[in-house]
Design a protein around this ligand. Structure first.
Ligand code: PLP
Length: 430
């Protein structure tokens, strides 16, 4: 495989765009380096790069592309919307239609508000929770990513009794002191944190099914206990469903786990590939938001007709019967195949999968929290990533990311992918 044009474009990008990329996760820092591949066209489950190489795509644009690239129903909706004018700055009927669709799918969303990204959605749920409770601190779980607003770019302290440290330059110590980080799936640590800080906590921020140190499901009873303990202390439960909404089932993660939060942040899939975020929850809490209440949140692009049209079209596709069953079947085949090939080549591999999303960890251990995910073999992952890329399989360049299947993937694509895994594991075991 030749990457001549990608390399030239990247050299050019380095002169103009900081780090050559518009999101750091696109650089190949986490996989031992290399030049990011510049894609030119996507259709269904496939990508073609600027050098003419074809790939089966499992990046899914980090989650949004559940229908496959350039799905005709979504493309038609965006085109029609663009022809009618892309931005009005007035309300449109599309916003009502889409808000009703979200509410029907996720009943805890009694009222919603559209924003432009997952970052904005999460950031605003925190502000609303603070306005509602009159408290300032939040609890989050280690390793969960909630966008790039200051308050969530905070690292764990050394235990539930310590406050966080800034995880990025530019985040103030004062902001970090408002965050307590505890390990996911550890209810004792969570309870301990609440014992110490309970009366100061506005909300706990939860990925109900983790997508950001790989796919990690909650232990039985964990989320129920989080809800109970949080409410006992007078705080709110916020679900960050930016990755999980409409990913595993139409009712989203909260339906799957059977636990309802007070507020929910959404993004990714709900935009069908266009920029979007949304948040919502109980009426009395959402009424904190301007123009009704004192918590300010606004947006020039919020609820724009193109994103609304794309999102509506995407959910219409996901309403069709059999969608999630198909994703599950393909995911199962991929998981089984990877595990069998690990055995064949004596490569230690653990696969965490839920329906059409999975993470391949190079370890023989179970992964239930971030500390365990951190300890998996990064060097092996880096080798695997590059070997797969050279065989036309596009994965996310990080051991912590999920592989996202789309409804456009076929059994044949999985067979081809497993052939590439076979070859990669063989090379890695030499
Ligand atoms: N929350 C979660 C769980 C995410 O995975 C992400 C992005 O990956 C975000 C929030 C931020 O979303 P965005 O990149 O749209 O700002």
């Amino acid at each position: 495989m030749e990457f001549t044009k990608s390399i030239a474009l990247h050299n050019e990008a380095l002169d103009h765009i900081v780090g050559g990329v518009n999101s750091p996760s696109r650089a190949y820092k986490g996989v031992g380096g290399g030049t990011p591949v510049y894609m030119e066209k996507g259709a269904g489950a496939y990508f073609w790069d600027v050098d003419g190489n074809k790939y089966i795509d499992y990046l899914g644009a980090y989650g949004p592309i559940i229908t496959g690239h350039a799905h005709p129903h979504i493309t038609a909706a965006i085109t029609k919307s663009a022809e009618n004018g892309v931005l009005f700055g007035t309300p449109t009927a599309l916003e009502n239609t889409f808000a009703k669709m979200l509410k029907e799918a996720i009943p805890s969303l009694e009222k919603v508000r559209f924003v432009n990204s997952g970052t904005e959605a999460v950031m605003t749920t925190i502000r609303v929770a603070r306005a509602y409770t009159g408290r300032e601190k939040i609890i989050k779980f280690a390793g969960c990513y909630h966008g790039h607003s200051d308050i969530v770019l905070v690292q764990a302290g050394s235990g539930p009794s310590t406050l966080g440290n800034p995880d990025s330059a530019g985040v103030t110590k004062g902001t970090a002191q408002e965050v307590i980080t505890v390990p996911f799936n550890d209810i004792n640590a969570y309870e301990e944190a609440l014992k110490i800080w309970g009366d100061q906590i506005a909300a706990v921020l939860v990925e109900p099914i983790v997508g950001n140190f790989g796919i990690v499901e909650p232990k039985p009873g964990f989320l129920e206990e989080v809800n109970r303990l949080t409410h006992e202390s007078g705080a709110l439960v916020i679900y960050d469903e930016v990755i999980t909404a409409f990913r595993f089932t139409y009712g989203s993660a909260q339906q799957l786990v059977g636990v309802e939060p007070d507020l929910t942040a959404l993004g990714k899939v709900i935009g069908g590939g266009l920029p979007i975020g949304a948040y919502g929850g109980k009426v009395e809490i959402m009424e904190q938001v301007a123009p009704l209440g004192p918590a300010y949140q606004a947006g020039t692009m919020a609820g724009n007709p193109a994103s609304m049209s794309s999102g509506i079209a995407c959910l219409e596709i996901l309403q069709q019967p059999g969608i999630y069953e198909k994703l599950d079947q393909l995911g199962h085949k991929l998981e089984k195949g990877i595990l069998a090939l690990g055995k064949k080549h004596t490569i230690s591999v653990t696969v965490n999968r839920l329906k059409g999303a999975l993470t391949v960890y190079f370890t023989d251990k179970t992964i239930e929290n971030y500390a365990q995910a951190e300890q998996t073999d990064s060097v092996q992952f880096g080798k695997f990533f590059h070997l797969m890329l050279r065989q036309g399989i596009n994965l996310a360049p990080s051991k912590y990311e999920a592989w996202f299947l789309t409804i456009a993937h076929t059994e044949h694509d999985i067979d081809k992918t497993l052939e590439a895994v076979d070859h990669s594991f063989k090379q890695m075991s030499i």
